[in-house]
Write a protein that binds this ligand. Structure first.
Ligand SMILES: O=C(CO)[C@H](O)[C@H](O)COP(=O)(O)O
Ligand SMILES: [Fe+2]
Length: 214
């Protein structure tokens, strides 16, 4: 079973509620929510108040991807806003282990996002604290970038690492440049949670776009 998580980064923010409803109707599993602070990445999106406003419009799980410095400071407000999953970048966390246990102590699933240059070895001693690994298939900050094929061997290595450690329950998520073609490649390499912004929101028939990713 492959989880499809459309990224609202590519939605029309003037009609955000309708955009979220449209992906639920089209068969999405999670709503991917990119929070950017213009420090960790050179782009600025939105914060917990807007997340809280879209919470009542859908039953889909909220998958928050935090591209911010000091992500822990947002956890109380994100928990109140009703997010189900929080994924952080290790470069933004001085005490990654503590940050992950903080997320889980709130009843929220915890994930670690790895930039293209970040090695899998950062996961080695925190695997017991996570529910998801996000392999960035672009450099974070913007939608609409091209998929980096060099991330395919990284996905295969991650799958082997999780198998070795008996942790096949951990989701392998990919984010950036995912379309019907790259979806096939990342699934073969082990991904089972696909984030797609431009591809899904750029399609008039969003149900067909989501079906093509599955
Ligand atoms: O985290 C992200 C960017 O940093 C987004 O989730 C990503 O851009 C998805 O967009 P697209 O599918 O358009 O590449
Ligand atoms: Fe993302």
């Amino acid at each position: 079973m492959t989880i499809i998580a459309p990224s609202i980064l590519a939605a029309n923010f003037a009609f955000l509620g309708d955009e979220v409803r449209s992906i639920e109707a089209a068969g999405a599993d999670w709503v991917h929510i990119d929070i950017m602070d213009n420090h960790f990445v050179p782009n600025l999106t939105f914060g917990p108040p807007i997340v809280g406003m879209i919470r009542p419009v859908t039953k889909l799980l909220f998958d928050a991807h935090l591209m911010v410095e000091n992500p822990q400071s947002l956890f109380p407000a994100l928990a109140d806003a009703g997010v189900d999953r929080i994924t952080v970048h290790p470069e933004a966390c001085t005490h990654l282990h503590r940050t992950l246990t903080d997320i889980r102590s709130r009843g929220i699933k915890a994930g670690v996002a790895l930039n293209p240059h970040t090695p899998l070895s950062v996961l080695e001693y925190v695997l017991d604290e996570i529910d998801l690994v996000l392999i960035m298939t672009i450099n974070p900050g913007f939608g609409g970038q091209s998929f980096l094929p060099a991330m395919l061997p990284k996905l295969r290595d991650l799958r082997a690492m999780l198998e070795r450690r008996g942790r096949n329950d951990i989701f392998i998520q990919v984010d950036g440049g995912i379309n019907a073609d790259t979806a096939k490649q990342v699934k073969e390499a082990g991904a089972n949670s696909l984030v797609a912004g431009t591809y899904v929101f750029g399609h008039e028939d969003r149900a067909a776009a989501i079906a093509s990713l599955r």
